[in-house]
Design a protein around this ligand. Structure first.
Ligand SMILES: [Fe+2]
Ligand SMILES: [Fe+2]
Length: 244
């Protein structure tokens, strides 16, 4: 548990220094995590009268990968919690509200990236059917092993996804800074909003991680094998979904 908490703190510290929090974040705030900063204080969203330089091909490719992999990941998270909820509402009704709360947040994340995917015409991962089956199976399977295994699954998944979102935030912050530098402090509202969305979802995922640790994820047997296997699977899925 100490090890996990240390990793969470490390993940939160990965946000670039010198940024202010997203005010709209309060809608989905979670204590101290609501104040994770991301947008440079000096940047101003561009208006219609402000001309911004076009994004480079490299930046456009990054954003396409971001939306593709995050849509696939949030779809998978939605289905993991759906599978866990289907089992645990019968075998452990006392924990059903907790699972439902996390599931509802994942439904919101999933719907948001579905919208972004459609809006920006980003093709979904070709392996979407596989992600669906694997995610629902992971949710049902770990819940069938018991509450602790379900929480260990959440701990493993959210550890990987929290770090994944932090990696994306670093790149997005760099893109915003670059835009602001060449456009006199102005940035694309669309890019700024995307960074805010990723930042908010990162906070939600880390809240899920905290919830799992607090609800005896470490009591799963075999804890190490289960969590490391799931983490490895998640990292592999992220790598593949960005590309395929
Ligand atoms: Fe999520
Ligand atoms: Fe999550």
């Amino acid at each position: 548990m100490v090890c996990v908490a240390a990793r969470v703190r490390t993940a939160r510290l990965r946000v670039p220094a010198g940024y202010r929090p997203y005010s709209a974040h309060d809608k989905h705030s979670h204590g101290e995590q609501a104040h994770q900063p991301i947008i440079p204080e000096t940047v101003v969203p561009a208006t219609s009268s402000t001309s911004l330089p076009p994004l480079s091909a490299e930046s456009r490719a990054f954003l396409a990968r971001l939306i593709r992999v995050d849509q696939a990941g949030e779809l998978a998270a939605d289905l993991i919690y759906s599978g866990q909820h289907a089992v645990l509402k019968r075998t452990m009704p006392s924990i059903e509200p907790l699972i439902k709360h996390m599931w509802e947040q994942e439904v919101h994340h999933h719907a948001t990236f579905d919208h972004l995917q459609t809006r920006h015409r980003i093709r979904p991962s070709f392996l979407t059917p596989l992600w669906k089956v694997a995610a629902y199976g992971l949710g049902v399977g770990t819940a069938a092993m018991g509450k602790e295994a379900a929480m260990a699954c959440t701990e493993a998944v959210e550890t990987v996804i929290g770090a994944h979102y932090n990696n994306q935030l670093r790149t997005l912050a760099g893109m915003l800074e670059q835009e602001a530098t060449v456009a006199g402090g102005h940035v694309s509202p669309e890019l700024q909003k995307l960074a805010q969305t990723v930042s908010q979802f990162r906070d939600d995922e880390l809240e899920h991680l905290d919830t799992a640790v607090q609800n005896d994820a470490a009591g799963a047997r075999p804890y190490w094998l289960l969590t490391e296997t799931i983490k490895g699977g998640c990292r592999a899925a992220v790598w593949v979904a960005e590309r395929v």
